[in-house]
Design a protein around this ligand. Structure first.
Ligand code: MV4
Length: 451
């Protein structure tokens, strides 16, 4: 049993984890860069340690500094949040070698899911649908053989990639070689591994993910889906649960596939299986995220569970806090709006001092944020400054609540994407539930940015 948790992250998720620790009677240690000294996660933790200069590489990715901070403060567990070191299996192993508890999945499961080719193979072996695809493509011959077998269009993805970086879509055989060569260069630069593989390209899919959770007592279960098709350049903008696109039959099949997947790999902790949902109702495994996700509150509001508390309990060796054999349905509808410090037209980051701030509130409204009036948004990190998550009895009611919240919100001194979020939630196609992963791209092509 551990007593003190070091939170190896920043921003709203660090605060989110610290809050869960407090409610469980655990002490918390914040680590922070010099740029984050005034962040709420630093103020609300029991102890705080500065671990380096603003650059992530020197602070939130600096493994020796983070381990030292744990040793100096007597922390006996590490929660990695999302991003940064959260999906780094080597870090998880270092944490364990230092006799600290890793509040995350088994490193072997993290490593498996980090290798997209191995992950595909493991899912296929577990009976989870995957798109027709290839293994690693190491020469021109295997490249063209794979394209001929799979059929155009195809998508080239980095074996060590994920989240859409380094992907190349190829519609024409004459473009295949160049796309592969460019992809290899990008993959080498981004992930330190040039290897690419191929899949049949699914046009106009929805991005549906299934939240999973498993303890160390052999209980594997799911907590339903999240609809994550509203993305801009592979960055989610808005997420909701449940998805309007799923029939009970497809939902059931997705859930069964997700639970089968985590059972097959003996997963523990929380995780997410990402699926592409094709227009004909077929679905395919895309990747698995072996971490708590930004959009986890959407699932918390429709299940009533605290996913970070579950993570901590699981790491302590406790069973799931709930009876996973009953109550499978989402309660009402939840929508998360990601508030970013960015220009709503150009999407360029907009760091600086927040001179005035009013966050929305009232029934069915949750705001997760580390910012306050007078806070200075540093230019060094992700632009997300808050999440507004609304809950109501059904999707239309939740949308009305989301509109009310965006109208209430006041953020002065910096620019935010609030006007862009309003545009999405007032769009007739979005309101009808008629959208796919190309929705935001088409919206912006219609009325482009004004730089
Ligand atoms: C795909 C795809 C179509 N076909 N794979 C984007 C992020 C990464 N997880 C994989 N992604 C995609 N993989 C096949 N075989 C389309 C996407 C994709 C996408 C997926 C989800 C949300 C937004 C997206 C935007 C563009 C492409």
């Amino acid at each position: 049993m551990f007593k003190k948790v070091l939170v190896a992250n920043r921003g709203e998720i660090a605060l989110r984890v610290i809050r869960a620790c407090k409610e469980l009677g655990l002490e918390s240690v914040a680590v922070h860069s010099t740029a984050d000294a005034d962040s709420l996660h630093v103020k609300f933790a029991d102890q705080a340690v500065c671990i380096g200069p603003p650059a992530s590489k020197s602070s939130y990715l600096n493994v020796p500094m983070i381990i030292s901070a744990a040793e100096i403060t007597g922390a006996d567990a590490i929660h990695p949040g999302y991003g940064f070191l959260s999906e780094n299996a080597d870090f998880a192993e270092v944490v364990r070698k230092c006799k600290l508890t890793w509040i995350g999945p088994p490193p072997e499961a993290m490593r498996l899911m980090g290798d997209k080719i191995r992950a595909r193979a493991a899912m296929e072996a577990a009976g989870v649908p995957v798109l027709p695809g290839s293994v690693g493509l190491h020469d021109e011959i295997s490249l063209f053989e794979a394209a001929d077998r799979i059929g155009l269009p195809v998508i080239l993805k980095a074996t060590a990639g994920g989240g859409g970086r380094g992907m190349k879509i190829v519609y024409d055989k004459s473009k295949l070689l160049e796309a592969w060569a460019m992809g290899r260069t990008e993959a080498q630069n981004a992930f330190g591994n040039p290897e690419m593989y191929m899949e049949r390209y699914c046009q106009k899919p929805r991005h549906i993910e299934i939240q999973v959770v498993a303890d160390k007592h052999g209980h594997y279960t799911h907590l339903g889906e999240r609809e994550c098709s509203i993305q801009r350049r592979h960055q989610k903008v808005l997420e909701e649960a449940p998805s309007v696109a799923l029939t009970d039959e497809i939902r059931q099949k997705l859930q069964t596939a997700a639970v089968r997947a985590i059972e097959a790999i003996k997963y523990t902790n929380v995780g997410t299986l990402e699926f592409l949902l094709d227009t004909d109702g077929s679905f395919y495994f895309m990747e698995m995220n072996t971490r708590i996700q930004v959009e986890h509150p959407v699932t918390e509001l429709v299940t009533g569970l605290d996913l970070v508390r579950e993570q901590i309990r699981i790491a302590q060796g406790e069973p799931l806090s709930f009876d996973h054999t009953i109550d499978r349905r989402a309660r009402g509808h939840a929508i998360e709006l990601r508030i970013n410090a960015e220009d709503p037209n150009t999407f360029a980051g907009s760091p600086g001092k927040i001179t005035a701030l009013h966050m929305p509130g009232g029934l069915g409204v949750r705001v997760d944020t580390h910012v306050y009036a007078g806070y200075v948004v540093p230019p060094n990190y992700d632009s997300m400054i808050a999440k507004v998550i609304v809950h109501d009895v059904d999707r239309m009611a939740a949308l009305r609540r989301a509109r009310r919240c965006l109208d209430e919100m006041v953020i002065e001194g910096i620019r935010t994407n609030i006007p862009f979020l309003k545009r999405i939630i007032n769009n007739p196609d979005f309101i009808r539930g008629d959208f796919d992963t190309g929705f935001v791209g088409r919206l912006l092509a219609e009325r482009p940015a004004h730089p």
